[in-house]
Design a protein around this ligand. Sequence first.
Ligand SMILES: Nc1nc2c(ncn2[C@@H]2O[C@H](COP(=O)(O)OP(=O)(O)O)[C@@H](O)[C@H]2O)c(=O)[nH]1
Ligand SMILES: [Mg+2]
Length: 458
Amino acid sequence: MLMNTSGIETIAAIATAPGEGAVSIVRVSGPGSLAIADRLFKGKAPLPSFRPGGSFVHGLLEGPAGVTDEVILLIYRAPHSYTREDAVEIQGHGGSAAAKRILRAVLDAGARLAEPGEFTKRAFLSGRIDLVQAEAVLDLIRARTDRAAQAALEQLNGRLSGAFNALYDKTLVACGDLESTLDFSEDELPATLMADVALKLKSIRAEFKRLLDSWDEGHVLREGASVAIAGRPNVGKSTLLNALLGKERAIVTPLAGTTRDTIEEQITIDGYLVRICDTAGLRDSSCLIEQDGIRRARELVLQSDLIIYVVDGSLPFSQEDRDHLARLQKHKTIIVINKSDISINETVKPLASDWSVRYISAARSEGLEDLKKGIIEHLGVREGIPHHAVISERHRHLLISAHKDIVEAGLILSRAEADPTLAASRLRMALETLGTVTGRIYHEELLNNIFSRFCIGK
Ligand SMILES: Nc1nc2c(ncn2[C@@H]2O[C@H](COP(=O)(O)OP(=O)(O)O)[C@@H](O)[C@H]2O)c(=O)[nH]1
Ligand SMILES: [Mg+2]
């Protein structure tokens, strides 16, 4: 294994996706990268290790068994590379066999196969990016919509890290203020100082809230929102799914009990991924298959981010609908009154005062734009607002914990016998948690947790 005196190994991996493609890239990073390139690359002089960073050269790659591929070699010199180490990228012909041949030659020449996410982990350990930015790399790779990609890019550019750092710095200042009170004896403690810290904590809490509020959107951006279409049989649930998809996905018939299984499809609304699920109509049925479909429908309704409860608007509002709605949460439900092309029964109209209601004709695709707007509103995402970085589940978890300590510090200070030392120690705890968000403080397990989700080569 090629090592230099620092003991850092040189790692290599195929960076392109498996399968057929025009070009495949093998990435090599670490102190031995250029020496490996010198050994394998046959092309015009000078040798790769004499070439400047940021240059590329065309030639042949030759392993012990002869010519491996015709390649382009890209040269990076520390610290101007993804990892901040010396690195080379070898662009060969596409296809998995060609890429594997190059990788094998590189490994034979002294590199070690990289672990998942190891290149990005090195970028973090070298201080080029923080942990929040490293997570953004994964988000970007996984992004399935333009909006998700844009949010990941914002995060990669450091927008979210900036917000976390500002929060950290403000807390640090408040903590320092409190710790400075230790220099005073109790009776000469300046009264304004405590009031000042209390004010600072209040503004910090507002900042926490702003960040925590972005979680809903972050969740929808990363995983997509789950929306279940539910309601009694024959109200037009499957017709609505088809209309939203713009294709005949679910079977529609005038017979009640047509849909027996749940059908999930994805649509994009305003750049957000929405997983939309058509379900079996809710009713008492003696058919075993239908019963199972109804059980699944009920489960799905419980798990979904949002429920579209469809009512046949041409019929009187029924007791069964009333019973089903009684089990649903208003803020997670949109009542869709369908078949508005026939007529709207007077008995469904009072619903509008209490619930979020949309009138549509699924069969004629009328009212769908308004319904889509309603879906976006209900998911806690802001329609039409420019992209911005949003927190993830890990950030949320840590923010909630740090927020608790900040609140506790505030409470301690508000007591008649305020104890600045105790409050400061709470703020220290909050700082430690906040430090874990961006990776000022980290432990191996945390890094493994994050980087093991990456693919090899990233
Ligand atoms: N007039 C009218 N009929 C509709 C509309 N939506 C659905 N239907 C009809 O209602 C019946 C049941 O539709 P379907 O989508 O299978 O209902 P589901 O059981 O709730 O999935 C079919 O005959 C549809 O053509 C609508 O907007 N207007
Ligand atoms: Mg159906």
